[in-house]
Design a protein around this ligand. Structure first.
Ligand code: COA
Length: 243
């Protein structure tokens, strides 16, 4: 089944899928080690973040979802989700002075700074690290790119091709919109998937609060479409061909 665009009415299903799936990614434990003690905070602020991601007016971001059922004939529901930063659209429209929408700060301003499920030092270090890594590995390519921020498939629906179908939708989008690349900071589980799909690893980076032993290891990866190639014709003129 093809993935579709997530809409505001998907909010409950997506929030619950995120809360059940993302603890398989080590960054979730790193950022939210107290989620079992404070499940209400965990739910509230995860839901709030996805409210922004799914809001059509918050258009630097979009969510793609894939649906499935456990047995034939059962009703289908959201089992896989991908959150993409597509701020290239507004950067094209408004020019280099455009200030991208920042859902993490929005959530912080609505009480996120006091959430009890998070380790705030880790949470802040994680975002600072992501920004540093983005600047180092991806920003040099300019604004014409798309970034995969979050990807997950409910454990009982994994290895059925759902995350691949969401990524393939995005890879097609990169081609259709003539973007330079799609980037991702890959988790250990994501790394195999992206490698199979043709992403290249461009660097390894670490998230670590100074003075602590605990750290996260993430791989910066990129999918670059090979759209155009210069071909030399017999008379020596260069010509572009679509691959
Ligand atoms: C990573 C994740 C999104 C993959 O979702 P999925 O829907 O199971 O992925 P797909 O079924 O499309 O996998 C396609 C291929 O990727 C590779 N792959 C996916 N998950 C893998 C795993 N856990 N181990 C090894 N290879 C894996 C396989 O080659 C697989 O093909 P195969 O099943 O025919 O062998 C899922 O494991 C997940 O939600 N993990 C927890 C959250 C996370 O780490 N997200 C990534 C953030 S960067």
């Amino acid at each position: 089944m093809k993935p579709r665009l997530g809409v505001p009415s998907d909010l409950e299903a997506v929030t619950s899928a995120v809360i059940r799936t993302m603890p398989l990614d080590p960054q979730w434990d790193y950022r939210f080690p107290y989620r079992h003690q404070y499940p209400a905070d965990h739910y509230k602020f995860t839901r709030m973040l996805f409210e922004y991601f799914l809001d059509p007016s918050f258009d630097d971001w979009l969510v793609m979802v894939a649906e499935d059922s456990l047995a034939p004939g059962d009703s289908i529901s959201v089992v896989s989700f991908g959150v993409f930063d597509i701020s290239y659209v507004n950067k094209r429209r408004h020019g280099p002075g455009y200030k991208p929408q920042d859902p993490v700060t929005e959530v912080e301003n609505r009480g996120g700074k006091t959430r009890r499920d998070a380790n705030h030092k880790h949470f802040n270090e994680f975002w600072k690290g992501q920004i540093r890594a983005y600047k180092k590995y991806f920003a040099p390519l300019g604004p014409e790119q798309m970034h995969l921020q979050i990807l997950g498939t409910l454990p009982e629906f994994q290895r059925r091709g759902h995350a691949s179908s969401i990524c393939r939708w995005a890879m097609d989008h990169v081609l259709r919109k003539s973007l330079k690349d799609m980037s991702v900071m890959a988790s250990p589980m994501g790394y195999n998937l992206y490698t199979v799909l043709g992403f290249e690893r461009v660097g390894t980076f670490y998230i670590q609060v100074p003075g602590e032993d605990e750290r996260l290891v993430l791989q910066a990866m990129m999918y670059k479409p090979k759209i155009w190639e210069t071909k030399t014709t017999e008379d020596g003129d260069g010509a572009c061909v679509m691959l």
